[in-house]
Design a protein. Structure first.
Length: 220
């Protein structure tokens, strides 16, 4: 039994880094979330495209919405935001989210949805590996190709065609902002037609895209 447990531990430690290294070069064929949603009865709309085929506005919108310092983060973590979470927890307050795009890529690529401790620890283990093994553009390329934008809709190309009836290369800044605005709750909010919250949030994101233009050099 100890030998079996040891082998399982080795597999759990060795296999994910091997996958992370492989996915630096090849598109992930499917993700755990996609499998879970299929089991739940949702369809699967997903088409991988190269980063160059995605309108730059979408990468800028996601950074403006979720992770302003993405291009500057060395290990995939926002240290200041994490410190703020710890301070809030120590003060008895509910911590705010501090998830970076690299952390979300790790979660979407290798893990299951949820907030349980095991998943969070696994996410924290995989995030720096992705940050060290992949260039920033690859992190964005994978994230924008696998993230859930709506029920059964994964990635920029499927989302652009489902919501705006055009390829991802043709997204306008406002359409990109609408897509970015639904990422926290893609099964609740719709990028189009946008409800009041999505319209408001998209306008905020679009303004922020202009404000952080000097921070998105890694996307070029």
């Amino acid at each position: 039994m100890p030998r079996l447990i040891g082998r399982i531990a080795v597999l759990l430690i060795a296999v994910p880094p091997a996958l992370i290294l492989a996915f630096r070069f090849v598109p992930p064929p499917i993700t755990p979330l996609m499998v879970i949603r299929l089991i739940e009865g949702q369809p699967l709309h997903h088409q991988w495209i190269a980063f160059e085929e995605i309108a730059p506005a979408l990468a800028h919108a996601v950074i403006a919405s979720e992770d302003n310092l993405f291009c500057q983060e060395a290990l995939g973590f926002d240290v200041a935001a994490l410190r703020g979470q710890i301070d809030a927890w120590e003060d008895g307050k509910r911590p705010r989210g501090a998830s970076t795009i690299t952390m979300q890529t790790a979660k979407n690529l290798l893990l299951w949805p949820g907030r349980d401790v095991v998943r969070k620890l696994a996410e924290a283990w995989f995030t720096p590996q992705i940050a060290l093994l992949w260039p920033k553009r690859r992190v964005l390329e994978v994230y924008l190709n696998i993230v859930e934008f709506g029920p059964g809709i994964y990635g920029a190309e499927a989302a652009a065609r489902a919501f705006f009836h055009k390829p991802a290369a043709g997204l306008t800044p406002r359409e990109a902002a609408q897509l970015a605005s639904v990422l926290p709750l893609p099964l609740v909010w719709a990028a189009a037609p946008p409800g009041p919250y999505v319209r408001f949030r998209a306008a905020v994101i679009e303004r922020r895209m202009e404000q952080i233009r000097s921070l998105v050099g890694c996307t070029g």
